[in-house]
Design a protein around this ligand. Structure first.
Ligand SMILES: [Mn+2]
Length: 333
């Protein structure tokens, strides 16, 4: 654990009003679950609260009520508000300030900046931070925080949002970050009203048909390298078009690829709309993929990391493989 204790953050938040909330770009279930839980919980304490999420919110998480709770103020409105009052800005689940995307300057303009996270690459930013790298998800950190502040305010909707973050960051309690504590927290959230089957259906069984066919095509065209230790695949703009899919439909492809028996690492290269290549990396059996992501200015966790490479997809692949050569030897076959 790094930074001030959770009790110190709780003291600051109790006094804070208004509160602006921030999280990382390409917000996942943990990031969005954190935002929704924080908005609902802090509003239940009578505070004025707004959440700012970079880019477009993934449609799969709309069941959390994101349409009504996130990005409800424009940048102009938010800037006006921040000039009128002493606004506390709180970042959750973002490993560094640059990950706040187009909302970064707004975060920095806050009268007070707090940071809560669980990424061990988070070196600490803001005026006060708390990073618990033993927590599976930021939602687990928030569960602790809410318990310290006032456990009776964790209602069914807050519990559901927190449970969503726990489920998505642990891959339904399957990944190495699943600790006894994660299951204890999960159990408590279910007792508070989170519905596990409903949440799992909303996250994993609500895909457009095209997204499933895109996954099929991506898996079929993937390749095994380094004697089966690495599976590498790509999603090009042409593939997205062919299957009438959008960027967020690539979610879950890495989970499919990591099922291969011999594989220690998964590399998925995704052509982004801006022409850059988003690289998703997954490790198995303790194979550290974070060191590869950080080489290219990215970050994440030991077994799940990502980075952006500014090149075409062939060159990006070659650069990632050149890094893998360093750990897996020179024979890529
Ligand atoms: Mn997370």
């Amino acid at each position: 654990m790094k930074g001030s204790g959770i009790a110190t953050i709780a003291v600051r938040l109790r006094q804070a009003d208004p509160v602006f909330l921030f999280t990382h770009e390409f917000a996942d279930g943990d990031a969005l679950g954190s935002m929704v839980a924080l908005v609902l919980y802090l509003r239940s304490l009578g505070k004025e609260v707004y959440a700012f999420v970079p880019g477009k919110v993934q449609t799969v998480y709309r069941f959390l009520g994101t349409d009504d709770l996130i990005n409800t103020l424009t940048l102009l409105e938010a800037e006006t508000r921040i000039r009128q009052s002493k606004v506390t800005c709180l970042s959750a689940d973002a490993a560094d300030v640059d990950r706040l995307g187009e909302w970064k300057q707004l975060f920095l303009a806050g009268a007070e900046r707090l940071v809560l996270d669980h990424h061990d690459t988070n070196a600490g930013f803001g005026d006060m931070f708390f990073v618990d790298e033993t927590a599976s998800s930021c939602c687990e950190v928030l569960y602790e925080l809410f318990t310290v502040m006032d456990a009776s305010r964790i209602d069914r909707l807050v519990a559901s949002a927190l449970y969503t973050g726990l489920v998505s960051d642990t891959g339904s309690f399957q990944y190495a970050n699943t600790k006894a504590q994660s299951l204890i927290h999960g159990a408590r959230l279910i007792a508070l009203g989170a519905c596990p089957d409903e949440i799992s259906r909303s996250i994993y069984e609500a895909k457009p048909y095209g997204a499933l066919r895109l996954m099929g095509s991506c898996v079929a065209s993937s390749r095994l390298l380094y004697n089966g230790q690495v599976v590498i695949a790509r999603v090009t703009r042409a593939m997205l078009q062919q299957f009438d899919s959008i960027d967020e439909d690539t979610e879950g492809i890495t989970d499919e690829l990591r099922r291969v028996n011999s594989t220690r690492a998964v590399v998925l290269l995704k052509e982004a709309a801006d022409g850059t290549i988003k690289v998703s990396l997954r490790g198995k059996y303790g194979f550290d993929v974070k060191r590869i992501a950080t080489t290219f200015g990215g970050g994440g966790h030991l077994l799940a990391a990502g980075c952006t490479i500014e090149s075409n997809v062939d060159e990006a692949e070659e650069r990632v493989l050149a890094e893998l050569d360093r750990y897996l030897g020179l024979s890529r076959i």
